[in-house]
Design a protein around this ligand. Structure first.
Ligand code: M6R
Length: 606
């Protein structure tokens, strides 16, 4: 997730680009850059760091003068945050800013290198800039169409051609793009907040529509060159709510971003229908080696690890220990050089997780981190890193970071199981195919928010509640419980459903609602028995199960049904209603959803 902007008009473009980018820094802030037509030439200025660093650099070195330009604020995916990897990319003839991921960039790069192109950066974006250069025939539209036919993945692109000063070209697929329409000035941006200071009128650009922007005209064409007429929209948000994309809270926005976050995390790691982690250095041979696997993390990330343990043990048949980092580091764990230690962290800066990484290295174990923030300490210090591509997560309560962590757990499990001969190539393909379908299923699941809102209204007055489940449902219910307690301040615990009768069931009364997660076919009957036990003690029971589940209506008070997928994929689907339930409970209680008391997004102290 990055932010792109563009301006063409009569005013100082640098000031407008910087102001607009500031409104998109929530999309990433690893580096920033601009390209401006300065006396007919494209002048590029960029730097690692935040927008403020770019502003300082412009004051110290050179501040381009001109009324047309493009800009970028980066959330690094391919290549560390650095000056050279910052956008714009290109040369004096064609310059590009990009939001998204070019999945087949390696193939294109190989082709272009054979044609004599020399690459400077590690980014996927540079391949687009060079491919545009390769196909350029004096006609920007035709050149862009040729490039679109070659590139796969997601993109919002802003492009400048030196032969066409005072014009900006733009196109998108699976990454957002809008065109702001002003008086004698026009804009492109990844999101509406970027333009609100200047205009409230905008067009929403759809898949593969190509935009040509000059100060007095906006032309939108399909790839055949036909002009597309669009309804001009008028933004009625204030600037703050616009940053939340019109959602009331970042958490709600981030819940809705999950289909895209999953797609951008999964797709670059699937090649010819098989998991492909080689780009992260993880080879099939290496996965055959390890004796034991440790997964160590904190909070939500540890819960993703719990799901990972169930998956890896069930499918790849490797022994997995999951632990909380703050416990693991002090329990003198038995780790050897034959083991793999997996660290999961959204921020990549969590102090305890970082300490475990260092401990694992002291024991000469191989370390693999699953991290969202590019270039963070844990990512840099690990032997191997698989980045999740969730984009910045602003809300303290983790949502999209959790589901993308799960998606990596699936890919790793399948590759591990295949490497160790525990599944056939055909089975591996089938699992991978089902994983690739998940983002679309999640899009459908987002529709059940009203039911979850109703469920929240039944929980809001409780002082305490229980989440129960078995197997993968238990692993997931830990996350459901944490989500609820951290943002609604209602005490809750997650219990293995079969364990209740060994003590905890004495707490169950009509004042203790129970959320039963029951999505695993093989364990469903057993969980229903436990549901009946709590119902018999007066609990209000809310059950989440597959749409085709067969149960006794008297056993439950309210049911949320979700699409029936393969059992192993149910945690990622079921996470969504659990997130909604926590969210709406917090809203109904009037809590500060995005910034719950006593918590911080990144926990860099022990
Ligand atoms: O950045 P990390 O993933 O290492 O953070 C670990 C936990 O602090 C974090 O997952 C926390 O539990 C969540 N924000 C809760 O929603």
């Amino acid at each position: 997730m990055c932010g792109i902007v563009g301006y063409v008009g009569k005013k100082d473009s640098v000031e407008i680009l910087l102001n607009s980018l500031a409104k998109l820094e929530y999309r990433g802030y690893d580096s920033a850059g601009i390209a401006v037509f300065d006396e007919g030439k494209i002048v590029v200025e960029k730097t690692k760091g935040r927008l403020a660093d770019l502003g300082e650099k412009l004051e110290k070195t050179y501040r381009p003068k001109g009324t047309c330009g493009i800009g970028h604020t980066r959330w690094a995916t391919h290549g560390e945050p650095s000056d050279i990897n910052s956008h714009p990319h290109g040369n004096e003839k064609i310059t590009v800013v990009h939001n998204g991921i070019i999945e087949n960039y390696n193939k294109i790069k190989t082709f272009l290198v054979e044609k004599g192109y020399v690459f400077e950066s590690e980014t996927d974006t540079e391949t687009v800039a060079k491919l545009l250069d390769y196909y350029y025939n004096g006609n920007p539209f035709e050149t862009i169409v040729k490039v679109l036919k070659e590139i796969e993945g997601s993109y919002g692109l802003g492009i400048m051609f030196a032969d066409f000063p005072e014009k900006i070209f733009a196109v998108r697929k699976d990454s957002p793009l809008i065109v702001g329409v002003g008086e004698g000035e026009n804009f492109i941006a990844s999101d509406v907040p970027a333009i609100l200071k200047y205009t409230r009128n905008y067009y929403l650009i759809e898949q593969n529509e190509i935009v040509t922007l000059s100060k007095d005209e906006v032309v939108i064409q399909d790839i055949h060159g036909d002009i597309i007429k669009k309804e001009l929209k008028v933004a009625d948000w204030d600037e703050e709510s616009a940053e939340k994309g019109g959602f009331e809270h970042f958490m709600l926005k981030e819940i809705h971003e999950q289909p895209t976050a999953l797609k951008t995390t999964i797709m670059p790691r699937v090649l010819n229908g098989m998991p492909f982690l080689e780009e992260c250095g993880i080879t099939t041979d290496m996965l055959k080696l390890y004796n034991k696997i440790f997964i160590v993390a904190c909070g939500t990330a540890m819960h993703a690890g719990m799901v990972g343990k169930y998956l890896i043990e069930r499918i790849a048949r490797v022994d997995v220990t999951v632990d909380i980092a703050s416990e693991f580091r002090y329990r003198n764990p038995i780790i050897s050089s034959k083991d793999l230690v997996i660290l999961i962290s959204q921020s990549g800066e969590t102090a305890d997780t970082k300490a475990v990484l260092r401990l694992a290295k002291e024991h000469r174990a191989t370390t693999l981190s699953i991290v969202n923030v590019k270039g963070s300490s844990i990512a840099r210090e690990s032997d191997f890193v698989i980045y999740t591509h969730a984009g910045p997560e602003i809300s303290v309560a983790s949502t999209k970071a959790y589901t993308v962590q799960l998606s990596i757990m699936y890919l790793l499990t399948f590759q591990l199981a295949y490497a160790r001969g525990k599944i056939t190539e055909e089975e591996c393909r089938e699992y991978t195919r089902k994983l690739v379908e998940l983002p679309d299923i999640i899009t459908d699941v987002l529709e059940i928010k009203d039911k979850c809102q109703y469920a929240a209204s039944k929980l809001v007055n409780a002082d305490s509640l229980l989440y129960i489940g078995r197997g993968l449902d238990y692993a997931l219910s830990m996350e459901g419980s944490l989500k609820l307690k951290e943002i609604s301040y209602i005490h809750s615990e997650s219990y293995a459903a079969g364990e209740l009768k060994h003590g905890t069931i004495s707490l169950v009364t009509e004042h203790m609602p129970v959320i039963a997660v029951a999505t695993q076919d093989d364990l469903f009957e057993k969980t229903i028995s436990n549901v009946k036990e709590v119902k018999a003690r007066g609990a209000y029971v809310l059950m989440i199960c597959k749409e085709n589940a067969d149960y006794d209506n008297d056993a439950v008070d309210f049911v949320i049904k979700i699409p029936a997928a393969d059992n192993i994929f149910m945690p990622i689907i079921t996470a969504v209603p659990l997130q909604f339930i926590a969210y709406y409970t917090s809203v109904l209680k009037g809590c500060d959803v995005d910034k719950p008391r006593n918590l911080a997004k990144s926990v860099t102290v022990e």
